[in-house]
Design a binder for this molecule. Structure first.
Ligand code: CU
Length: 253
């Protein structure tokens, strides 16, 4: 349960010295003023996996997952369970921190899965039931290819990290949960790229709400390869702003 608390200015320094590579990924989380270190594929796995402070499931590389049927679409590869949980109250924000993100086109979603009465290290991330708590897509036009998506809007190119805040639904019943952040990049014609990362949460609060069955999805299972929002050529969309974010509706408590 130990958390590494790193002052924000140190984190900013780390951002400046970080290697600039393609893609990017979710490296850290913040809740209020507390900073939780996640996995870094540029640092040896042995220095991170199994460490008492680790809250995130490891992702071995920044490379995307291309298939909706890949088991690693749930929590990336290898996605083995971490040791610690991020403590958070229902109704609070958790902010996902990316040192950088490059791709401009496609939706972003955040999901939760309950670990039931047990530990999140004991669950199978392909068998748990995920429900979407947040989504963002195209923010403004003129069309899917040239418009401004949240995926582009959340990027900073001044050396500061890219921040993606998501609110845990205030009425959600407390317990141990996995949070799954996904960026879907569709800038390449008919070749979607999925970038999922997962962390373990210990959610507190006085709520008792839980989403009904129709919100529940599995990964793989939530998406179809031929979904027109997934297998898509955005460059053939000069005159449309229409885009349905895949995975069904958001449950906000
Ligand atoms: Cu990329």
């Amino acid at each position: 349960m130990a958390a590494v608390v790193v002052p924000l200015f140190l984190a900013a320094l780390a951002a400046l010295s970080g290697p600039v590579l393609a893609h990017g990924g979710l490296n850290n989380y913040t809740v209020g003023e507390t900073w939780y270190r996640g996995y870094d594929p540029n640092t040896p796995a042995a220095d991170q996996v199994g460490q008492s402070w680790m809250v995130q499931r490891p992702w071995a590389s920044i490379d995307p997952i291309f298939s909706v049927d890949d088991k690693h679409i749930a929590c990336n590869d290898p996605g083995s369970p971490p040791t610690s949980y991020i403590p958070i109250q229902a109704g609070e924000n958790i902010t996902a921190v990316y040192w950088y993100w490059l791709h401009p086109v496609g939706p972003m979603t955040a999901w939760l899965a309950s670990c039931g009465d047990g530990d999140c290290s004991a669950v199978d991330v392909n068998e748990v039931e995920w429900f979407k708590i947040w989504e963002a897509g195209l923010l403004e036009g003129p069309n899917l290819a040239e418009g401004l998506w949240y995926q582009k809007a959340f990027q900073n190119w001044d050396g500061s990290p890219d921040l993606w805040p998501v609110t845990i639904p205030a009425s959600l019943k407390p317990g141990k949960y996995i949070i799954r952040h996904e960026i879907l990049s569709i800038h390449i014609e008919n070749k979607p790229q999925f970038y999922p990362e997962c962390a373990h949460l210990e959610i507190s609060g006085a709520g008792s709400a839980f989403p009904p069955k129709e919100y529940m999805k599995k990964f793989p299972g939530a998406y179809k390869a031929d979904d027109p929002s997934i297998r898509i050529n955005v460059y053939g969309s000069e005159d449309t702003m229409n885009y349905t974010i895949p995975g069904g509706p958001v449950w906000d408590g």
